[in-house]
Design a protein around this ligand. Structure first.
Ligand SMILES: [Zn+2]
Length: 421
């Protein structure tokens, strides 16, 4: 099968409305091309014309298609050297991401001068607020990816809040729009491809930034396969861009408490994946629910006006949380509340919610077969099994107090045992 090629250099244009646009073509096959474009809201921004971001964007779709990738212009040699490790990580998580050959010339190493700005991705959620407030003195500029799915009115409101928050944080904000999801969603799962996608945004800005912080939403204890992951993120860096995955040391509740009721965060918080008209957060989806639980456990939910509806405990109890991360978050909150005894009503709702969760859907893990990278695979496996054991152990430790969640402990312990077999 012929390789997917990127043979043209990107074109940069200014559209007269203060935006700068960068476009390029991915030659998918003889008959099919993908024209990808990115609009940056500042037309004075220096953008990279290298092919690094385009390589990063094309990698996972090419892996899913099992097709080699060929670039005719030079890319970062560090990035190219890291591609086998990046591919191994995805391949051990899900073998439908096949290992492919990537060929490209490399450019000479310009040396890292670290003189560029330090940036941080800013979604408006708990994790990015936490990282920005933690490194407030070090971070110079914020980068926000505009959500192309929200309706016009909702988008304007969302962007307004993001801009207002950046202004109150005293940081310049770069807003980027792109059509890349049409391309990525055709071949990959966004759960995996979103990390590469946002790294491409940082790589466009390498003439301007030399360090980028990426706020993750897992802790060291709760890591699971995801497109934004501490094993993965630094590997997308180049000779001139350092990538730092941040925030693994604190749970969602701890992050909220460490921010000490920061009112910029409380008045602009946006965590929701649904795009409902005129609201920042639906208050009904998985992410809204577990964030509202953490805010309430921290005693701050009443000070956060960005949820469309109040936290409905009966709805919480009956909601199916289908990820380890969400259940982990509920457990952390339950444990904290039991120690504090400050909110028995929420405590009871969390107990009932955890007790009625069904076993998690089977994940496609540990299916890679490459013997050369067994060390890396073991590392990934270690995170996964540790997580399941810890989760089961944690639930079981709570059993003496909470008979009601016996069932979830048993289910999880059984699953962990099955994984080891
Ligand atoms: Zn929501």
């Amino acid at each position: 099968m012929s390789p997917i090629t990127i043979s043209s250099c990107p074109t940069i244009s200014k559209n007269g409305t203060g935006e700068i646009k960068i476009c390029n073509t991915i030659q998918w096959s003889k008959d099919q091309t993908w024209q990808l474009e990115f609009c940056f809201d500042g037309d004075l921004l220096p953008l990279s014309e290298e092919l690094d971001p385009w390589l990063v964007l094309a990698l996972l779709p090419a892996m899913c298609a099992g097709r080699d990738l060929e670039l005719t212009h030079p890319v970062s040699s560090r990035l190219l050297q890291n591609l086998p490790a990046i591919q191994s990580i995805f391949n051990t998580w899900d073998a439908t991401y096949k290992k492919i050959k990537v060929s490209a010339p490399t450019r000479p190493d310009p040396g890292f001068n670290g003189k560029g700005k330090t940036a941080c991705f800013f979604s408006g959620g708990v994790d990015s607020f936490y990282t920005i407030l933690k490194y407030r003195d070090k971070i110079d500029v914020l980068i926000h990816l505009d959500n192309p799915w929200a309706r016009e009115e909702g988008r304007a409101r969302m962007l307004g809040k993001i801009k207002e928050a950046a202004e109150r944080l005293g940081k310049p904000l770069i807003i980027i729009k792109s059509n890349f999801r049409d391309f990525l969603d055709t071949y990959t799962e966004w759960e995996y491809s979103h990390g590469a996608a946002i790294m491409a945004l940082a790589l466009f800005l390498t003439p301007y930034i030399s360090k980028i912080y990426l706020a993750g939403d897992y802790t060291y204890a709760s890591l699971e396969p995801n497109g934004v992951h501490p094993l993965l993120d630094p590997l997308w860096g180049t000779e001139t861009l350092e990538v730092i995955h941040d925030g693994l040391e604190a749970t969602r509740l701890q992050k909220i408490e460490l921010m000490e009721g920061n009112n910029i965060m409380l008045s602009s918080l946006r965590v929701c994946w649904e795009n409902i008209e005129n609201e920042l957060n639906c208050g009904r989806c998985r992410k809204c629910l577990y964030t509202m639980v953490s805010l309430r456990a921290a005693g701050l939910l009443n000070h956060c006006p960005t949820f469309a509806v109040p936290l409905d405990l009966e709805y919480l109890v009956n909601f199916d949380f289908l990820t380890v991360a969400a259940r982990w978050c509920l457990l952390e909150n339950l444990e904290a509340l039991e120690n504090r005894g400050t909110d028995p009503e929420l405590e009871e709702a969390l107990r009932r919610s955890l007790a009625r969760q069904k076993p998690l859907p089977q994940q496609k893990l540990l299916t890679g077969t490459d013997p050369e990278l067994s060390e890396l695979r073991q590392k990934v496996t270690f995170y996964d099994q540790t997580l399941r054991f810890q989760l089961a152990d944690k639930v079981n430790r709570l059993l003496s107090k909470n008979r009601a969640i016996h069932r979830v402990g048993e289910t999880l312990a059984h699953r962990a045992w099955k994984w080891l077999k």
